[in-house]
Design a binder for this molecule. Structure first.
Ligand code: TYD
Length: 205
């Protein structure tokens, strides 16, 4: 595999999407070919509608739908781009399921990981940026917080704790960034973490 696979993770409202776009722009300016993508929806678009239209689903069904989308995402989008030597930046990936369906909804991690092994063909990100902030902060930033409010703060506290545990368990892959800092500072922290991947010193703006 010739490319580099980066993921952004965090609560709704943590600023992942903004940071993913800024990062893609930064890499492209350096002549790196980038594929910006996200979950859910790039694998199976219908699954995104099904998942986000708000119908109550069991966590098991939710996880299997996210996994079906991810299986297609890996095979149709991520792996082909990596084979071509692109840098893939995904706004959410498997860690979202481990945090939301695992820690948030209480599904057993061994089952999630067993399904994920086949669904993702074992593909792991080279680096994962966890944009960390409290659910209270996150809620303030979300334009339409209905979904968040419905899930309740306790759920998002578990999701946040879950993310932090995942990061602790794999310090080599995760970089935890304080997402309450200004956008430019968060981006600066992300770019600095990439220095070792460049193999030369990049010209940071
Ligand atoms: P989206 O509108 O893409 O939110 P965001 O802007 O935060 O990425 O909706 C994704 C929602 O789905 C978000 O609340 C997180 C949730 N989700 C899971 O619960 N499990 C998963 O595996 C993924 C990929 C997302």
């Amino acid at each position: 595999m010739k490319g580099v696979f980066l993921t952004l993770e965090g609560l709704d409202g943590s600023g992942k999407t903004t940071q993913a776009r800024l990062l893609a722009g930064f890499l492209e300016e350096r002549g790196i070919r980038v594929r910006l993508t996200r979950e859910p929806g790039e694998g199976l678009r219908e699954v995104r509608d099904l998942l986000l239209r708000g119908e109550a689903l069991s966590p098991e069904a939710e996880y299997l739908l996210f996994s079906a989308d991810r299986a297609e995402h890996v095979r149709k989008v991520i792996l082909p781009a990596l084979e071509e030597g692109l840098w893939v930046i995904s706004d959410r990936y498997l860690d979202s399921s481990l945090a939301y369906q695992g820690y948030g909804h209480g599904l057993p991690l061994p089952w999630l990981l067993q399904v994920a092994g086949r669904a993702t063909l074992g593909l792991k990100p080279h680096l994962t940026f966890l944009l960390d902030l409290s659910p209270e902060e996150a809620l303030k930033r979300v334009a339409t917080p209905d979904r968040l409010e419905r899930m309740g703060l306790a759920f998002f506290r578990r999701v946040r704790e879950g993310y932090l545990r995942l990061a602790e368990a794999e310090p080599g892959r995760f970089r935890v960034v304080d997402a309450t800092r200004p956008v430019a500072e968060v981006q600066g922290a992300i770019r600095s973490s990439l220095l070792p991947l460049f193999g030369e010193s990049p010209h940071l703006p």
